[in-house]
Design a protein around this ligand. Structure first.
Ligand SMILES: Cc1cc2nc3c(=O)[nH]c(=O)nc-3n(C[C@H](O)[C@H](O)[C@H](O)COP(=O)(O)O)c2cc1C
Length: 199
């Protein structure tokens, strides 16, 4: 008698890193996702994000790419994540620049990150945009409203005080927790609010 081992297919998440400030958020999110072996990450990094990663973090691009299960070139418009037939649970753009926000809002899919987001919207899958700019212009706000009305979650990486962060790592981890919570993924160190626990 032969026993057939059935391996459960992994859940897939598309992660786009664009060139807004906050590249460290993407690194933390990828690290947290690695702690969940039932998930498979598909990463695409914009050209500008390569610059912000270098300017804002001490991370090598290669190391960041190694955190993902699969990496796709921003130029590879024929990658699996460019098609709706490739099943995913959704997409996160972290951080999301105003340029990438604009491309997604208008369906101007001239790179793989934008195409993958366009696919996520057309397939009506969850799309979380960790938009970062300050102050926000009316153009930025209009683009956010357009995408919110289409069902995307607009989640600026706002600092929180109620979780009593001690440092940048705490602040970053709280934002990662909020993002991954949208996909039912628990994050180590993420403190949910519970007024009863406040001394
Ligand atoms: C250090 C640095 C920080 C930046 N921060 C932001 C930002 O917070 N928000 C934003 O929209 N653009 C920011 N930019 C500008 C974007 O990188 C630029 O608009 C770029 O064209 C975005 O391209 P992408 O969306 O394809 O990644 C920043 C650029 C640099 C170099």
């Amino acid at each position: 008698m032969t026993t057939r081992l059935s391996t459960k297919p992994k859940k897939r998440m598309v992660i786009g890193i664009s060139g807004a400030s906050g590249a460290a958020l993407a690194v933390d999110l990828l690290q947290c996702l690695r702690e969940h072996p039932e998930w498979e990450s598909h990463l695409v990094v914009s050209n500008s994000a390569e610059i912000t990663l270098r300017l804002e973090t001490s991370e090598e691009l290669n190391h960041v790419m190694e955190l993902a299960s699969h990496c796709h070139s921003i130029k590879n418009i024929g990658a699996c994540i460019a098609s709706g037939t490739f099943k995913t649970e959704g997409m996160i753009v972290v951080p999301c620049s105003m340029k990438t926000l604009s491309g997604i809002a208008t369906g101007y899919s001239d790179n793989l990150l934008l195409r993958a987001a366009d696919v996520t919207i057309k397939e009506r899958r969850p799309l979380v945009l960790v938009v970062r700019e300050s102050p926000l212009s009316t153009i930025h706000l209009r683009n956010m409203l357009t995408l919110s009305e289409l069902g995307a979650t607009i989640m600026p990486p706002m600092i929180t005080h109620y979780n009593k962060p001690m440092n940048m790592a705490d602040l970053t981890r709280h934002i990662t927790g909020k993002i991954l919570d949208k996909f039912g993924i628990e994050v180590r160190g993420f403190r949910r609010w519970c007024a009863d626990e406040v001394q």
